[in-house]
Design a protein around this ligand. Structure first.
Ligand SMILES: [Zn+2]
Ligand SMILES: [Zn+2]
Ligand SMILES: [Zn+2]
Length: 206
């Protein structure tokens, strides 16, 4: 699993022919792109959004590593790809981090805005000054619930990175590929005996 950033939304991930063309354009062996899907639901796009993050599922970890090193050509654009790390679970309705429910069985009655905590959908939010943002997890003003530097978010990320060994490596483990020993902190792991090929990340549908 790897994801190219800023893919033009005219790209159709549901089309088999489109995925075949993506393989051809990037010299990827046939049928190695098993699936492509947008990281976020189309209904959650903001008005006039031109590009979105895509998730590509590849059957071969070497190919995934290769396109993370070289980038991938999509719709005539060369795009960078990153490995899809396991992220802290967050309910997309109430924005509680580490929640043991999802948006469908969320106990909160109305949609909570992740930017200001009011009862409206985030794209409807009119706030633009981050000093007036409100984080539902820290219960403080000054940042939104989705901010990557949110202290509660950082705490959850740290805990999942400690638990999920795969999150500590920049690339997928391929014995013959020295790059798969590079850790996200830039160090190189000489002994990968404790690292086994990861299961697929359970990325929440945003
Ligand atoms: Zn919830
Ligand atoms: Zn709002
Ligand atoms: Zn926060």
């Amino acid at each position: 699993m790897t994801f190219p950033e800023r893919v033009p939304i005219r790209f159709n991930p549901a089309s088999f022919a489109v995925l075949q063309r993506l393989e051809d354009d990037n010299n990827i062996p046939e049928n190695q792109i098993a699936q492509a899907r947008w990281i976020k639901l189309i209904q959650r796009r903001v008005p006039n959004q031109q590009a979105a993050f895509l998730i590509l599922s590849l059957t071969n970890p070497s190919t995934a590593n290769q396109i993370m090193k070289d980038g991938i050509a999509v719709e005539g654009l060369k795009l960078w790809c990153r490995k899809l790390m396991k992220e802290p679970w967050c309910c997309m309705k109430c924005h509680e981090l580490g929640a043991n429910h999802n948006a469908y069985n969320c106990p909160v009655e109305k949609e909570t805005c992740g930017t200001c905590e009011e009862a409206h959908d985030a794209p409807m939010c009119t706030l633009s000054d981050c000093n007036s943002f409100f984080c539902v997890n820290c219960k403080v003003k000054g940042h939104a619930s989705w901010t990557h530097t949110c202290p509660t978010m950082l705490k959850h990320v740290k805990s999942i990175n400690t638990r999920e060994l795969d999150n500590q490596y920049l690339y997928y483990l391929v014995e013959a590929d020295p790059a798969s020993r590079i850790m996200v902190d830039g160090t190189v792991d000489i002994d990968q005996s404790s690292y086994t090929t990861p299961s697929l990340p359970d990325h929440p549908q945003a």
